[in-house]
Design a protein around this ligand. Sequence first.
Ligand code: ADP
Ligand code: PHD
Length: 592
Amino acid sequence: MSLIVQKFGGTSVADAEKIRAAARRALRAQQQGAQVVMVVSAMGKNTDILVDLAGQVCDDPSPREMDMLLSTGEQVSVALVAMAIHDLGGKAVSLTGGQIGVLTDSSHTRARIQSIDTSRMRRLLDEGNIVIAAGFQGVDQELNITTLGRGGSDTSAVALAAVLGADMCEIYTDVDGVFTTDPRLVASARKMMQVSHDEMLELASLGAGVMHSRSIEFGKKFHVPIHVRNSGVFTDEPGTIIGPISESDDRPVSGCALTKEEARITIEGVPDEPGASLNIFRRLADLNITVDMILQTPGSEGKASISFTVVQGDLARALAAVRDAAAELGAGPISHDETVCKVSVVGLGMATQSGVADRMFRALAESNINIQAITTSEIKVSCLVKREQGLEALRAVHGEFELDRAPAKIVPFEASQKVSQAADLAAVVSGLQAMEDLTVQGCELDDSQALITMSHVPDQPGISADIFEGVAAEGIIVDMIVQGVGADGKTTVSFTVPASEIDSARKVVEELSSKLGGDVTASETVAILSVNGVGIRSHTGVSTRMFRALSESGINVELISTSEVKVNVVVAREQGDSGLRALKAAFADVVK
Ligand SMILES: Nc1ncnc2c1ncn2[C@@H]1O[C@H](COP(=O)(O)OP(=O)(O)O)[C@@H](O)[C@H]1O
Ligand SMILES: N[C@@H](CC(=O)OP(=O)(O)O)C(=O)O
């Protein structure tokens, strides 16, 4: 007998009529022969209302009490959905996270699932019930109620689908599927037929609120087929499948996203020596703060400047940690900016096609938007811009890559679904105990790259577009790009190219610097070390572990770039081999 998990987000159970519609949908699936587990979120904006209430009662609610409060939203909706099913003549039982046996760690408000007990659900399903599970919540060893972080019901649903070996995990929401960007922000956004796990992981962590990024991590790790659909239309029209392959293989960019609430922290005068980054990022990892867009740019007299972004809500805690690190390192001054946001493009295709970054930079320049910082990974380019220009930047980029138009070649829906379903159930079951553990696929060394740095470049719209158009015109594929945060109207741009291309890349950059000003340095003797896997960014300790391993081997990190699936660092070439050995040893316990 088939088993499906149907998750209904807050928008899909916002009122009595929607609750009845959700109940009808589950009953229909059951009548068609499936066992059905529903995972339900709090009604409408109820969680926001509860958060607001807590804020009215006190300034700094305890995380434990916050979880106790927020979990009630889901408890209301599961009971109502069960009643609606009973009223329609069906059999249903609602369960809280604790009643199911969703065991989590004790990090309140952002707990991680450790295991799920399927026995009670199986028994209820076998007795003909629809099981209605409260999303977003679990309990720790002491039976304290925990929550999985805002938006966490998606994660509950995919995790339940994984442990139950479900044939499909349907995510019902208020849009037709996953769009090329948030359709509320860009009217011409287009529904994708399918999107790959890696693309969705990046999009979700960059602000595509339609899915919680940890749920995609689960989906990828346990081969759960995920189908995002609209709860408001009662048709069999497919939504978007999140699976192993991209919608089209002839497009460099699949989607784009805006992360509105970013804050940037910069620490100048950091001693350019092994262990300095570790000192800073270890403290942030200990606080469970996810750090993004880490940029390290060379400064004068052996000092570096390190900038990174955090979500605005984490700014105060991050600043306190950074002040402690700076005091210990003798670094400073520290500055921060809360008026920034991040615009990103994502696509599996950009790993093999050149000319993505420069097109993005040109589109922003043409809208007169200055780029304050850039980071890239194989499948994304992110630019930090002024918050007030974020929306305009997103629209410019969406238009530039013609995301409103369907790609010429689309991989058929059924084909991707079949690949997804070829999951190995045994692997899912054996993965149960260590459900959210970090998976590292491997550590790599690329010693064929060279590094070019342009410093003291005027910090104005169009500079990066000029540089990377020039480089792309020579047919050179740029791998990492890091543009530092400008000081005194000047900025630093560093990037890596294949060592065989260094002369032509240097020529382009030198010609530009003779026009624009700025100094060029090139190093043919660098290596890129990387760690790749799943959940790299959300497991905040990965960069720390990497920096620690390198620092203990006396290796200095020159550049860093991070993504959901990879962290890259540039080091001196002669240290590449020892760096790789150090990383392999450091990650030996989590390599899968
Ligand atoms: N790339 C995207 N594709 C689809 N929806 C998106 C995307 N990015 C952001 N969204 C937003 O996510 C919303 C759905 O998520 P959410 O409001 O959390 O719904 P739910 O209550 O169903 O969980 C959509 O209404 C849409 O505005
Ligand atoms: N109710 C929780 C959990 C959740 O995932 O909700 P939704 O599915 O509506 O995004 C929240 O608002 O964060």
